[in-house]
Every structure is written in structure tokens, then in C-alpha cells.
Design a protein around this ligand. Structure first.
Ligand code: FAD
Ligand code: UDP
Length: 369
């Protein structure tokens, strides 16, 4: 007899399992259909002995002290500031677009105020920012939009930026200084021994029973539990009754090379060439020392494991229908797939912690005579 059946051992499911077991003393059955914990953040040592991320590069960053301090209970950290270059016009230039990007691309020697004027002269006047195209052309004009965003976005989503919510391109800022970090969050660090080790520690509580290689459909009528928490795709849970919610998938191609390093920074984006979007070299992210190196190429595709919800108006409308069903259901829905949100890891942790607080309050109310 379990208090909770939690479906999915990624961040959403694992944080809730840990909190419910450790704070509330609940008995939790955590299941995942995959053969490992960690969800899409799972990492492992490949044949060459290099720590790699099975589902593409995962870089932890957050502005939330609560999220960072919570995860710090289960891991030490290695400070890491991710840097990305874009390969275009035969050059490698910083992305997000910054002062160096403009000077290198146009052979200029501008300072910050010079580049502010440069953007002011080329940016488009967009009255109402609705789409990802609007966001970029309003900041840097059409030429830079076409150089850095149009092609990359087409590859990643198979959509034009004008068909995607503004929130997608808004993830990548524009800078007038030389800051070449991909993120500017207060906390930027990688779990010292990897994500999987952190999850192992999180789930080591005696009240948590873990069952891998198990789809919840196979067992949910065989076991008894009080309440279910679901972190898989919300449309699948409701048997696609309103139709399929579109997700974007990726084919990851790993390559181990007999050389110490392959490229000059953690990730290189290829906005306009090749079928892949970017190449990431894991040793930059993990700090591992090894005489070989492993890189991953990302080839986006429409079929396959659901990785990215696709933020655009018609999908948001369809999700709302599922959300209405979810809100009437006894089951609790948490995480990137279950709430159809393009969330980073820290946002999923924050969401899970806030769901936990709600559950705790409800439990306390139920205990009150
Ligand atoms: P998931 O990790 O997807 O976990 C859900 C789990 O549910 C899965 O393990 C799945 O197997 C299981 N499940 C689903 N259906 C069933 C079922 N029927 N029965 C049993 N189990 C089931 N975030 C960052 O912060 N930084 C990054 O650099 C970053 N890079 C990313 C790169 C890529 C390519 C991708 C795809 C995502 C990236 N993310 C990044 C986002 C990050 O992966 C997610 O925010 C986070 O992992 C979501 O956690 P989750 O628990 O909601 O979902
Ligand atoms: N993007 C782009 N060019 C880039 C980097 C990002 O067009 O060089 C757009 C693209 O649509 C991408 C989105 O911005 O999907 C978000 O980028 P991010 O790096 O945050 O994507 P993720 O790491 O989540 O795949």
C-alpha cells in the first residue's frame, strides 16, 4: 500500500518523491518506463569513460536560491559558465549577439554606445511583439535575424519564427557589452559528480520504492495507492482524447574522438549549415580530464520521444483543453510534459516544490479536526 504513485523519475517526479518521503513520511512508489532515473537529465559514462548526457546537453542555471539550495542537499557543485559560438559567414562569433559579435561580423570597432546606435539604426519598429520573429527583428533588425535565428529555428522546430510564441526567441537576449556567457543567472553550476549521482542521493530515502522499465499502465491496477502524480505527456494520460499535442524530438548522434578537445567552447551553433543545430563537447560542461573527448550533434525531428512542447497559439489552445481535464482529475500533473511548458530544469524543480507545499498544506488541513 503506497500513499503516492509517482509516474516519471525525472526532476518533477524525483523532487516530489523526495519531499513527500522525507518531510511528510509518505510511502512512495516511483516508476519510470525507462531503465534509469533522472528523466531527460540522465547522464552516464560512455564506453570511453566520458561522462555524457543521454538526452542532449544539460546545463544547470537558476536565479532561485530556494531551488539551488534544495538541490545542494544532494550534490556538491562545479562552477560552470556556459559559452556558445555561432558558426556563420566562415566565422565563429558569440551568441547571444553581443558587442564582439557585431565587431567581428562587420569588421567594426564599436564600443557599447556605438553598438546601441548600430542596433537603433537597423532594428524594426514592431508595435506589438507576438512572435519569435517580432522579438528578434525589434532588437537587432532583419539581417541579424536571418543570420542567427531564422535558419536555426526552422531546423529546431520546423517552423518559421513568425509561427512561434515570442517566449521561444526571448530565451536568447541581445547584449551591447562583451559578456559572452549564454546565461546570466545568479547560480550557474553543474552537479560535481553528474546529474544521475544527484538523483541517486535524492531517491535514497527508505520510504521511496523505485521501479524502472515499467509503464504505469502495466501496474496501476495491480497496486494500491492513495494518490497519483503524473509527469509524462498530458495528452497521453488522457488517451489523446482531444488529439495529439505536438512535441519536438531530437536524434542525438554521439562521437568519441581520439583527441583531447574537439572545439573551442562547450557548444557551437550552426544556424545556417548542416541538418544539425549544434555540437556540444561534454568535457567543457563536466570539467572531466580525459585523453579522449565525446561530442553530441542534435538533429531535430517530429517523431520520437517527446522532448520539447511547441509554444504557439494553436498548441496552447489544445493544451488548455487537457489542462481543464487535468484540473478536474484526482491525479496531480507536474513537469515539462505534463503541463506542456518549455521549462528548464530549475523551473521544473520550482514547480515541483510549489506543488509539494500545496500538498503539505492540504494534508495539514485534513489532519485538523
Ligand atoms: P522528464 O525529464 O521528461 O521526465 C519525465 C519522465 O516520465 C521520463 O523519464 C519518462 O520516461 C517518464 N514517463 C513518461 N511517460 C511514462 C509512462 N507512461 N510510464 C512511466 N514513465 C513515464 N534544462 C536546463 O535547465 N538546462 C539545459 O541546458 C537543458 N537542456 C536541454 C536539452 C534538451 C535536448 C532537452 C530535451 C531538454 C533540456 N532541458 C534543459 C530541459 C530539461 O530536460 C527539463 O526541464 C527537465 O528534465 C524536465 O523534467 P521533468 O521531470 O518534467 O520531465
Ligand atoms: N535560437 C536561434 N539561434 C540560436 C540560438 C537559439 O534561432 O543560435 C532560437 C531557436 O528557436 C531555439 C530558441 O532560440 O530553439 C531557444 O534557444 P535555446 O538555446 O534556449 O534552446 P534549448 O537549449 O532549449 O534547445
Amino acid at each position: 500500500m503506497f500513499d503516492y504513485l509517482i509516474v516519471g523519475a525525472g526532476f518533477a517526479g524525483s523532487v516530489l518523491a523526495e519531499r513527500l518521503a522525507a518531510v511528510e513520511g509518505k510511502k512512495v512508489l516511483l516508476i519510470d518506463k525507462r531503465n534509469h532515473i533522472g528523466g531527460n537529465a540522465y547522464d552516464f559514462y560512455d564506453e570511453a569513460g566520458i561522462l555524457i548526457h543521454k538526452y542532449g546537453p544539460h546545463i544547470f542555471h537558476t536565479n532561485s536560491a530556494e531551488v539551488f539550495n534544495y538541490l545542494a542537499k544532494f550534490t556538491d557543485w562545479r562552477n560552470y559558465q556556459h559559452k556558445v559560438l555561432a558558426h556563420t559567414h566562415g566565422q565563429y562569433v558569440p551568441i547571444p549577439i553581443n558587442l564582439t559579435t557585431i565587431n567581428d561580423l562587420y569588421g567594426k570597432n564599436l564600443d557599447s554606445s556605438g553598438v546601441t546606435d548600430f542596433f537603433a539604426a537597423i532594428k524594426e519598429d514592431v508595435q506589438q511583439v507576438k512572435t519569435s520573429e517580432d522579438v528578434v527583428v525589434k532588437a537587432v533588425g532583419r539581417e541579424l535575424y536571418e543570420t542567427f535565428f531564422k535558419g536555426y529555428t526552422k531546423k529546431q522546430w520546423d517552423l518559421d519564427p513568425s509561427e512561434l510564441d515570442a517566449s521561444v526567441a526571448s530565451r536568447v537576449p541581445t547584449r551591447t557589452n562583451k559578456d559572452d556567457r549564454y546565461f546570466t543567472d545568479t547560480y550557474q553550476a553543474m552537479p560535481l559528480h553528474g546529474f544521475t549521482k544527484m538523483f541517486e542521493k535524492m531517491l535514497s530515502h527508505p520510504n521511496i520504492k523505485l521501479m524502472l522499465n515499467t509503464d504505469y499502465h502495466e501496474i496501476m491496477h495491480e497496486i494500491s495507492f492513495e494518490k497519483m502524480i503524473f509527469t509524462g505527456p498530458v495528452d497521453e494520460y488522457f488517451d489523446f482524447c482531444f488529439g495529439k499535442l505536438p512535441y519536438r524530438s531530437i536524434n542525438f548522434k554521439f562521437e568519441t574522438l581520439d583527441q583531447k578537445t574537439y572545439q573551442r567552447t562547450g557548444t557551437i551553433n550552426y544556424p545556417n549549415d548542416y541538418d544539425f543545430t549544434r555540437i556540444t563537447e561534454f568535457k567543457y560542461l563536466t570539467g572531466q580530464k580525459h585523453k579522449k573527448t565525446t561530442v553530441v550533434y542534435e538533429f531535430p525531428k517530429s517523431d520520437g520521444d517527446p522532448y520539447y512542447p511547441i509554444p504557439r497559439p494553436e498548441n496552447n489552445e489544445l493544451y488548455k483543453k487537457y489542462q481543464a481535464l487535468a484540473s478536474q482529475s484526482e491525479t496531480i500533473f507536474v513537469g515539462r510534459l505534463a503541463t506542456y511548458k518549455y521549462y528548464n530544469m530549475d523551473q521544473v524543480v520550482a514547480q515541483a516544490l510549489s506543488v509539494f507545499k500545496k500538498i503539505k498544506q492540504e494534508n495539514e488541513l485534513n489532519l485538523d479536526p
